[in-house]
Ligand binder design. Structure first.
Ligand code: ADP
Length: 512
């Protein structure tokens, strides 16, 4: 027999007194039975005298199964650490206790309970019985355990994520940081916990803190891109998401910051912006240069042209056929030079940014270009077909230049043995930036070797000789520049002897 169940020597007399007490007052009996916490009246020798309904339900026993048995044994405490305190109570070494105890239900399941036991006395101060009160806190313990596990998971996420986390008090003192944040700013956790959020903020971004706090107090969250200064003095860019936590009374408690290092992206953006400025500068320098150069080049060119004309007008009769041919070479050279200067001037005029975006009818533009070209090439047997062509937003002058060049090339690089057939098709597709139109200008001309499909868009790159097909090699470079300035791209396909297709995309609306 376990020491817990050993009967006390003074048992009989005390048992009688306890019984009398419980049975004496029916109102006590009612309170006892209907209490929501488990109650047991235990004789001074440890024998259960009475138990209430709540206690029976808590442990899965009927009252008959418990009454008359040793309390510690009946409650599954035998051999457990909790047995000791019960024995001390029964031995009256202590007057009572209040502690958490694990009891065992009838079905073997452990019940976590808050157990209070006290030695009761009569009016003369003589011990009469023990009163044991038991509250089942198993679900509370389970909830605590679940909470502990979820906290553990959160802590693990907090510690192991690549995102930096920092917790700061509402007056900006850093109170908690994770490993990623320490690595990001190059300080140890201990160093950061002695610092304020402002201490690691770039001087120029200190002004961002106040508005972020105002927003936090107003709407609870704030997002900003800002710079931190690392311990080694280096600057890093970060995207910081802030959240304000409030305490139970609704008062701001602390600020949680999630920090992602975006230095690489920011530096790429900064260098792209720098490049754009440099490019704009060099483009405007180039435009200026081309303008001046064309002006300066045209002066002597005009001189050469007019002296050539004078020579042939005044001395034409006196010159032999060879001299006349040489003079015609001079005039042709001058014309070609003039065209080159004009084309270069046009190319330089298409700036980095397309201004003057307006809705324009591609159909009307195509018709105008085609009509002009057909008039200029009256002897050519040519036919143009198109699908329905849309209205898009673009620079009308540049889009006209684009079609002028593509249709002009189709006529220029036609086959002489068959009538020229040109077709233009347009197809609309969706993109994240809005609807896009893809235009395909197809001819049945001489075609070109597709090994050169990229080179032909470079300036001065010509696949067909100047003697056969006159040109400056600037047209397609101009087309590419126009399309790219409109946010699209252009490419070519061809089969030698069969024809070529030039395809390009344009946004339906002006890109932002
Ligand atoms: P250019 O026509 O003044 O030579 P472009 O830049 O317009 O200059 O064209 C570059 C080269 O691409 C041309 O010299 C020609 O060899 C080739 N090319 C352009 N369009 C066509 C076409 N429709 N068919 C065949 N070849 C073409």
């Amino acid at each position: 027999m376990s020491p817990i169940s050993a009967p006390s020597k003074r048992k009989p007399s005390r048992k009688r007194r306890t019984n009398k007490h419980v049975k004496a007052d029916p109102s006590y009996r009612h309170v006892f039975d209907s209490a929501v916490i488990g109650l047991a009246i235990v004789d001074l020798d440890g024998t259960v005298r009475a138990v209430n309904k709540a206690l029976c339900e808590m442990f899965g026993y009927s009252s008959d199964e418990l009454v008359g048995r040793s309390f510690p044994v009946a409650m599954g405490l035998e051999g457990s650490p909790a047995a000791k305190i019960h024995l001390q109570l029964i031995a009256q070494e202590i007057d009572g206790f209040r502690t958490e105890i694990e009891y065992v239900r009838k079905d073997g399941v452990i019940v976590h309970a808050l157990s209070t036991a006290s030695l009761e006395r009569d009016s003369a101060g003589r011990p009469t019985h023990f009163l044991s009160q038991i509250v089942d806190i198993t679900s509370l313990r389970r909830a605590e355990e679940a909470l502990r596990k979820s906290e553990q998971r959160l802590r693990l996420a907090f510690e192991s994520t690549a995102i930096g986390f920092a917790v700061a008090s509402t007056d900006g003192r850093i109170t908690e940081v994770n490993r990623s944040f320490c690595e990001m700013v190059g300080y140890t956790e201990a160093e950061l916990l002695n610092m304020r959020y402002a201490d690691i903020t770039h001087a120029e971004d200190l002004a961002l803190i106040e508005p972020a706090l105002e927003r936090l107090h107003a709407v609870g969250t704030a997002l900003q891109e800002k710079r931190f200064i690392r311990k080694d003095g280096l600057r890093i860019w970060a995207s910081v998401g802030l959240g304000l936590a409030r305490d139970g009374t609704g008062q701001p408690a602390y600020v949680l910051a999630q920090i992602t290092d975006i230095t690489a992206r920011k530096e790429a953006e900064e260098s792209a912006a720098r490049r754009a400025i440099e490019l704009e500068q060099s483009n405007s320098d180039l435009r200026q240069f081309v303008y001046l150069a064309s002006h300066d080049l045209q002066q002597p060119l005009r001189g050469v042209a007019s002296y050539g004309r004078l020579l042939s007008d005044r001395y034409g009769d006196a010159l032999d056929a060879r001299a006349a041919r040489w003079i015609s070479y001079i005039t042709e050279g001058v014309d070609r030079m003039q065209r080159l200067i004009d084309d270069l001037f046009t190319l330089a005029g298409v700036g980095t940014d397309v201004k003057g975006f307006q809705p324009l009818s591609v159909d009307a533009t195509v018709q105008l270009c085609w009509d002009t070209l057909v008039v200029a090439n009256a002897t050519v047997d040519a036919n143009l077909t198109t699908t329905a062509l849309p209205v898009i937003e673009g620079d009308a002058q540049q889009i006209e230049l684009l079609f002028q060049n593509l249709l002009g090339n189709a006529i220029k690089y036609r086959r002489r043995d068959i009538p020229l057939e040109v077709s233009i098709a347009a197809e609309r597709s969706a993109s994240p930036l809005g609807p896009i139109w893809e235009f395909a200008v197809r001819d049945n001309g001489i075609g070109f070797d597709t090994a050169y499909r990229d080179q032909i868009f470079e300036i001065f790159r010509r696949l067909h000789s100047g003697a056969e097909y006159e040109g400056t090699g600037i047209g397609l470079a101009l087309c590419r520049k126009i399309v790219e300035r409109h946010g699209g791209r252009i490419w070519a396909d061809s089969t030698v002897g069969k024809g070529s297709t030039f395809t390009f995309s344009l946004n339906e609306h002006r890109p932002n």
